[in-house]
Design a protein around this ligand. Structure first.
Ligand code: MRU
Length: 367
């Protein structure tokens, strides 16, 4: 997608076998790129959320394995690298998926062949991510187009108002995004649309990242506080919600950024379609009941007690918003039960959030 009018990805390899990323902790006020030279750089970038979003975390980890193999390609180094990267963040299953794909490819190879094979495989995973998201965009476009046509048929302007939570745009992937891929596809198809952007406390991925990338691409949007969605839905101001996800269980329970569940409840109560956009690699077929079984990342209290932003003097500063000494809890994700999900938008098409449909979507092609 575009940054200052230039097509840009979130991660790219350099000619001298390093990897560059956009440091997402500096957005929206500063556009800074970072160079990752070894596995520890990649692990830190994931843990400190310089890269974030389930698919991008997976791609960064794959490159982390590749960077490691350039320095040490023994069996022990391969196992230690994979074991360390997989723990960098617990909730997004794409991280485990990408690391295990690298481990499975590299383990049988002689050490001397691992560096080159790892580099090529990481690049392949990155390219596949782009193609998968493009396909998700096309499948989601059909939903937006249907709503647009229905509104026109009712004598309405045809403007589609969509709500999204957190950032599941191109910044969360290599390109296009998952939840925002249909938005970009519809925008390019000339369908009039507007996006309600949940700010997404505590780290404000909506306010800082989704708003930034939509603005860079010229997509009309409005940032709202996280608690506004229900009110907007009650007043007919939301035609559909699309969110991303970090893990979907075999029965269709959806884990995503904290607050997603409340949006899904409000959507159900108001008859607003609630879709989840995801690559098939986000399925975790080992789990059934997402509420009981998905590990939920708990992060530092300071992300709740403090907030940072651009001050009037042009400096980015961090300030405290709670009283000194108040404890804070920081659950990163929640689980939306399948019964609240209108459908999953995958690269293989629309899939019902239900065990049988998920199983047949999974077997429809080799993963
Ligand atoms: O904590 P983050 O910023 O990594 O959380 C991101 C989300 O919750 C996204 O919605 C999810 O990873 C899907 S990204 C396409």
């Amino acid at each position: 997608m575009n940054v200052n009018g230039n097509p840009t990805r979130t991660i790219w390899p350099t000619a001298d076998f390093a990897v560059e990323i956009i440091d997402q902790t500096r957005l929206p006020h500063e556009f800074v790129t970072l160079r990752l030279e070894n596995m520890r750089d990649a692990e830190r970038a994931i843990r400190d959320m310089q890269v974030r979003g389930a698919p991008l975390i997976g791609v960064t980890a794959a490159y982390g394995v590749a960077l490691s193999m350039r320095h040490h390609a023994s069996d022990a180094a391969l196992q230690a690298t994979c074991d360390m990267l997989v723990k960098a963040r617990p909730t997004a299953v794409n991280l485990r998926w990408a690391v295990e794909r690298m481990r499975a490819l590299l383990s049988p190879l002689p050490a001397a062949a691992r560096a080159e094979a790892a580099w090529q495989e990481a690049a392949r995973i990155a390219e596949q991510d782009v193609e998968i998201n493009r396909a998700i965009g096309q499948h989601g476009l059909e939903i937006i187009r249907d709503i647009h046509r229905q509104k026109l048929a009712r004598g309405n302007s045809g403007m589609v108002n969509l709500l999204t939570h957190c950032n599941a745009g191109w910044l969360a992937t290599v390109d296009w995004g998952t939840a925002l891929a249909p938005v970009y596809a519809a925008f390019e198809a000339g369908i009039p649309l507007h996006v309600w952007v949940d700010e997404t406390r505590p780290r404000n991925q909506g306010a800082s990242l989704t708003a930034w990338e939509l603005a860079q691409h010229g997509v009309p949007h409005t940032v709202i506080v996280d608690n506004a969605g229900g009110h907007l839905m009650q007043h007919g101001l939301v035609d559909l919600a699309i969110v991303g996800t970090d893990r979907v269980t075999a029965q269709g329970d959806v884990c995503n950024k904290i607050g997603t569940y409340l949006k899904a409840l409000a959507a159900k109560d108001n008859g607003v379609p609630f879709y989840v956009a995801m690559p098939v690699s986000t399925l975790d077929m080992d789990l059934q009941d997402g509420v009981q079984e998905i590990p939920i990342e708990e992060r530092g209290q300071d992300e709740v007690t403090h907030i940072s932003g651009l001050c009037d003097d042009g400096q980015v500063r961090r300030v405290m918003v709670t009283p000194q000494g108040s404890r804070a809890a920081n659950y990163g994700f929640d689980v939306t039960p399948a019964r609240l999900v209108s459908g999953l938008i995958t690269e293989r098409g629309r899939v019902a959030a239900e065990a049988g449909a998920i199983q047949s979507a999974l077997s429809s092609k080799d993963k």
